[in-house]
Design a binder for this molecule. Sequence first.
Ligand SMILES: Nc1ncnc2c1ncn2[C@@H]1O[C@H](COP(=O)(O)OP(=O)(O)OP(=O)(O)O)[C@@H](O)[C@H]1O
Ligand SMILES: [Mg+2]
Length: 353
Amino acid sequence: MIQQFRNIKACDIELSSGFNFLIGPNGSGKTSLLEALYMLGYGRSFRSSLTGRVIQNACQELFVHGRLLNSEQIETPIGINKQRDGVVEVKIGGMSGQKLSQLTQVLPLQLIHPEGFELLTDGPKQRRAFIDWGVFYSVPAFFEAWGRFRRLNKQRNALLKTATSYREMQYWDAELSSLAEQIDTWRAGYVEQIKTGTESLCQDFLPEFDIRLQYYRGWDKETSYRELLERNFERDKMLGYTFSGPNKADLRIRVNGTPVEDILSRGQLKLMVCALRVAQGQHLTSLTGKQCIYLIDDFASELDSERRKLLADCFKATGAQVFVSSITQSQVDDMVMSDSKMFHMEQGRIEQR
Ligand SMILES: Nc1ncnc2c1ncn2[C@@H]1O[C@H](COP(=O)(O)OP(=O)(O)OP(=O)(O)O)[C@@H](O)[C@H]1O
Ligand SMILES: [Mg+2]
């Protein structure tokens, strides 16, 4: 159920547990509907960091509610309400006052959208988020530890501005370095687990290339984080912040030994993003039994019919719930299965056909 969200007219729809297609012209609300589902899992939009932009014009708040069915067909209602003044209310299983991270925990989502190639072409931030998505679901203690690391790192940066000798930093650095080493161990372990599966799915999608993933922890391999902080004290002080560390970690991707953006076309970048996201979703399922939901906006863009078919087969094989938006129905014909549902959108109204 979606209410007062962008241009979407209040709706309450019964979804397929397989493929759900959203078909409609430009501006009809396809991306907005995916944005609403994304908000239910992440508590925020992927298009705007300002809640005010997402809440329907002239309304004060938005609501997105859903009913999650697990493999035993047990139903859990979940919901989020966001208001213009910044108040956020999360409900899980009828209980209000829940944390956003709990919502994320129960609703793993993967988004594939036309700007998604930024995962490969932009700086390390998105690739770090990619790694952390997986670590979040596989290591329960990660979320707290990463939050604590970020808070301590901020405090350290503030202290750097006034400290006159490294001795003043030692107290902070003891905890900061043990957290950093822990976070690094989790991330490295996760990348190790997904590396082979992900590289081989990339290879299936782009057989003409040799694709390799490599984890970079954010500082050199030989040095402990503690030593590094001490050694770089003068430089960090000059910069006004801690230069190296887990906040600089990256997943380095090379195609035929070259950085991705120099070698892949836009369609190939899109295929590779799909490979990364699907491999990650499948790993989650094999590890935890949790099924991941895929949101695919503007499915057909950049892809020829052969590649569309390849992707369609791959998503079918996951057995996951998938939402696919497209301007015309013919572009998604290859994906339709007996349990699929087709929704047509027109000026924010959604109708099942
Ligand atoms: N806060 C809001 N309140 C009401 N309408 C809004 C709000 N924000 C955006 N809109 C409108 O909602 C419409 C939905 O756009 P959306 O991006 O979901 O369309 P789309 O179907 O994905 O189109 P395209 O095929 O071009 O990607 C746009 O016309 C936009 O102007
Ligand atoms: Mg759109």
